[in-house]
Design a binder for this molecule. Structure first.
Ligand SMILES: [Zn+2]
Length: 264
């Protein structure tokens, strides 16, 4: 969702939403920041600290309504070691998740690098949406925290927006993985790749081919899993497609936009 603080007398805005820092930017009609809400929440609280030209600082706590989604389950059969990883792999999985958490954290320190709307990583059909409960070999193991795009082995995968490649790695669950840091808290991920054409530190442009579809990691067939995070919050990456980085940032995702008008 986009938060907006509209007041001529406000000179700076800091804040958090759902525990994550917000990165407000000044635009012609006020300050705007992108924020995320954890999946399954039915409300979220934004805390906003406004500084005024006359030196006054005030704090506002704004409850934001969030519409919940109802989702059907999805039954999958995978090799038993992916349904319940053996104990010997726990340490590997823990280290990998630390690696990814580090990228998510550092994205809060990166300035916003994208200036155009997000694009899909592939033009193919979506085969599985965000948040769907995953029933592996008869037991609910997780939710599907990403969006799957159809693709043959070797089909191109495009960067969905400008950013810096923050991680290229072969991870247990997500296979060959590329993470792009778009700055101001936002990261996108591209999982299960067969080939990768970028290295950490590369600046990638929107639409650039960064790799090929594959079937590495916990998968049943070749496809692209597209993933998006705002800090510690995993978001529906399709919501990113609706963000317009202009004077009028708009959000029409499942989380309603709420204006925190700061007129005095
Ligand atoms: Zn997926």
């Amino acid at each position: 969702m986009i938060l907006a603080v509209r007041s001529d007398s406000v000179v700076d805005v800091q804040g958090t939403l759902a525990g994550q820092a917000l990165h407000f930017e000044r635009e012609a009609d006020g300050f705007h920041a992108l924020g995320g809400v954890p999946f399954g929440s039915d409300s979220a609280v934004a805390r906003v600290v406004r500084s005024y030209a006359d030196g006054v600082v005030d704090t506002a706590t704004v409850p934001l309504p969030v519409r919940r989604r109802r989702l059907p389950g999805e039954r999958l059969r995978v090799a038993p070691e992916f349904a319940r990883p053996p104990d010997s792999l726990k340490e590997r999985i823990r280290l990998e998740s630390e690696l990814v958490d580090g990228v998510r954290e550092r994205a809060h320190e990166t300035p916003r690098l994208w200036h155009e709307p997000f694009e899909r990583p592939r033009t193919s059909v979506i085969t599985s949406g965000f948040g769907i409960p995953r029933i592996f070999n008869g037991a609910v193991r997780s939710r599907h925290y990403g969006v799957d795009f159809a693709g043959q082995w070797g089909a191109p995968v495009h960067a969905t927006n400008r950013g810096v490649v923050a991680l290229v790695a072969d991870l247990y669950y997500s296979g060959t993985t590329v993470l792009i840091d778009h700055g101001a808290g936002l990261v996108t991920g591209y999982f299960h790749l067969s080939r990768v054409f970028v290295v950490p530190g590369d600046t990638v442009e929107r639409g650039q081919v960064i790799g090929h579809v594959g079937a590495t990691g916990r998968v049943t067939r070749p496809h692209l899993h597209w993933w998006g995070t705002y800090g510690e919050i995993t978001v529906d990456p399709l919501d990113l497609l609706r963000l317009v980085p202009s004077l009028e940032w708009r959000a029409t995702g499942h989380a309603k936009t709420r204006r925190t008008d700061a007129q005095r």
